[in-house]
Design a protein around this ligand. Structure first.
Ligand SMILES: CC(C)(COP(=O)(O)OP(=O)(O)OC[C@H]1O[C@@H](n2cnc3c(N)ncnc32)[C@H](O)[C@@H]1O)[C@@H](O)C(=O)NCCC(=O)NCCS
Ligand SMILES: Nc1ncnc2c1ncn2[C@@H]1O[C@H](COP(=O)(O)OP(=O)(O)OP(=O)(O)O)[C@@H](O)[C@H]1O
Length: 295
């Protein structure tokens, strides 16, 4: 079997054809990025092609099914981005579409939260790309997504009551919302540069993607980790990920040994960097969009 990135690239290569409307092709890229992310292996603590990581209710088939279920929501957000020029109206339109997408996700998964954070991040980015036809620069797209994320949504719940929100309050961190409102700095300033530097160094694609994930894990205030393991676990994730990169990353034998040790440690702590995984999917999406724009 080829690398997992080869395994997942093929199904979508035939789908994103020029005949499909732009909004549909953007949704294709978003779904493909989510499937590439969950398939990437070996990820520490996370669901991947090998198994559940530190999760009892998530699996690779379920995450792939959830990702495909989100295609209509991403296509509708992209179409809204193309049609709506007034940003406040657009913000509330995609908020409503995102909540519908969350409901569709929960119906498809039997009530399990597989991609709530990904709907937020990729929904904003898909909408931003749709607003800038022919442009794909990650920094510009992320800045437009941030402008949307900073606008209020009168119809969003005042409080989600979710783990991420509770972790933000308990530990004084910004979480998914702040990451988007700041323009996805962990994507544009950490993951994307690491992904490209690894490729240029000749690392295999899977190793480059793992290094991009590790670059996010090394710095992110991941509320998935904080919710389960608090600041001690978050420090272990951040220090461990930085250690793998310092050992040469996933493309070097010493880095792979450090990655295996990190995975063992996170499984022992029973924590999973789900937020970093969402941002890896966002990174892979922007990487695809930039490649298409410059093709
Ligand atoms: C902004 C969101 C993510 C709020 O999430 P909340 O902070 O309440 O926590 P929740 O546990 O639901 O989801 C957080 C998810 O974000 C990811 N995440 C965690 N930490 C981070 C981080 N530092 N940076 C980025 N993503 C992160 C994780 O995957 C996690 O699962 C979104 O769910 C939301 O606004 N929901 C309200 C309904 C709505 O309006 N949805 C449509 C938005 S398009
Ligand atoms: N490959 C992945 N594996 C696990 N989580 C992922 C992955 N990719 C993205 N995520 C994100 O992380 C979230 C799962 O992290 P979380 O800690 O919330 O797991 P959970 O099982 O829902 O929570 P818990 O079991 O602690 O109640 C998903 O909702 C998704 O947004």
């Amino acid at each position: 079997m080829g690398s997992t990135s080869e395994l997942t690239a093929r199904p979508f290569a035939a789908v994103a054809t020029p005949a499909r409307p732009h909004a549909t092709r953007l949704a294709d890229h978003a779904v493909a990025a989510l499937i590439d992310e969950v398939t990437l292996s070996p990820k520490p603590g996370l669901v991947d092609f090998r198994g559940r990581g530190a999760h009892r209710d998530l699996s690779w088939p379920l995450m792939c099914h959830s990702a495909r279920t989100l295609h209509p929501a991403f296509a509708a957000m992209a179409a809204a981005g193309e049609a709506e020029g007034e940003l406040q109206a657009l913000r509330e339109r995609i908020g409503a579409i995102g909540r519908d997408g969350e409901a569709a996700m929960l119906r498809a998964t039997g009530g399990i939260n597989t991609h709530r954070g990904a709907i937020w991040a990729l929904g904003l980015l898909v909408t931003a790309v749709a607003q800038m036809p022919g442009r794909g620069d990650a920094g510009l797209v992320a800045a437009r997504a941030a402008a949307l994320a900073r606008l209020p949504d009168r119809f969003a719940p005042a409080a989600t009551g979710h783990k991420g929100e509770r972790a933000c309050r308990a530990y004084g961190v910004g979480g998914a919302r702040a990451q988007a409102q700041a323009g996805f700095p962990h994507v544009t300033r950490a993951a994307l540069p690491t992904l490209r530097a690894s490729r240029e160094r000749g690392d295999p694609e899977d190793a480059a993607r793992l290094n991009a994930l590790l670059a996010v894990m090394a710095e992110l205030d991941d509320t998935c980790v904080l919710s389960r393991g608090g600041p001690t676990a978050l420090a272990a994730v951040q220090d461990g990920a930085a250690g793998v990169l310092a050992a040469g990353g996933a493309g070097r034998a010493a880095g792979r040994r450090a990655l295996r040790a990190l995975e063992k440690h996170l499984l022992a702590l029973d924590v999973s960097p789900g937020g970093a995984a969402d941002l890896l999917a966002a990174t892979l999406f922007l990487d695809r969009v930039e490649a298409q724009a410059t093709a």
